[in-house]
Ligand binder design. Sequence first.
Ligand code: ADP
Ligand code: MG
Length: 354
Amino acid sequence: MITTSDLTKVYRSRGREVTALDGVDLHVRPGEVYGVIGRSGAGKSTLIRCLNLLERPTSGTVTVDGQDLTALAGRGSRAGAPLRRSRTRIGMIFQHFNLLSARTVRGNVELPLEILGLSRRDRARKAAELLDLVGLADHARAYPAQLSGGQKQRVGIARALAGDPKVLLSDEATSALDPETTRSVLRLLRDLNQQLGLTVLLITHEMDVVKSVCDSAALMSGGRIVESGPVADLLATPGSRLAHELFPLDGGPSAPDHTVVDVTFHGGTAARPVISQLARRHEIDVSILGAAMDTVGGRQVGRMRVELPGRFEENVVPIGFLREQGLTVEVVAPEDAARSAAGSATELAGEGTR
Ligand code: ADP
Ligand code: MG
């Protein structure tokens, strides 16, 4: 549904150059909720603005629903109309909602419909339908100032859906909201994704957002995508930075010659019985240094950091046992074992997540 190829954006201001996007290849499949995460300045907002050509890429292509938008934008002024038409197929919502304060809720939702040239009657009908869809039918006559943050974002969503988009882009749309309101807005996005088959690309710095709604995710750093793929696959990939961001674990070995591993378990596999089986069968004192558990894409996923007494070489059999049980095992300490394991895992990840 969304593909970028070698997308680059260089900002030039006052003789200074900033490479905000540095060869981004993004692939978002139809009907998925795709999360983009990364630190401030990573290039996330630039990427999303390039996807609907609010920002003109320096080089590379953007294809949405089979249409090469960069080609449309490049064809001079006469291409304005086709680009505008294609843009109505891409909705966008923002962190600070960007509503017009002098217009009512209905007036805000009708704005894109006016630009599309709908008659007054059609606008009213469509706006009523959209407000119903986002649960704001009773607030059509209210002004933005009279609404809560969550309600304002629902108006933003209704407005974004006015052109019947196939794609919804969201730049930190829940970052200004409290946790409960965030959950309800995410639930709405998930419902729209499922009911309308809407493809959603959302930027967030909140890992909970990725865990609760995203099918796939990409991690950006320094204008590049450093990791991407289905969230479930990333969680099962040893050495995945995204997995570590989603389920951070810390803690080192209690003695320098002990081995520490991170174990990831999914759905059917419960970790505790496996760990206690390991302790019994191999008669070793396993200690759990930390654990994080959550529901990802409707499935229970967890990570656990476990210390095994003895050096890495002595733990090859126990680690093999954990892997046989279907768990992903990543060596954290000792460092040399972790490094060599991470090296081969990175190669695997590079192939598996492309
Ligand atoms: P993010 O959304 O991940 O925080 P941005 O895409 O906003 O990152 O910014 C990426 C980089 O591009 C940053 O270094 C930022 O300072 C720079 N940048 C963003 N917009 C502009 C602009 N209009 N002019 C110059 N530099 C910009
Ligand atoms: Mg940003």
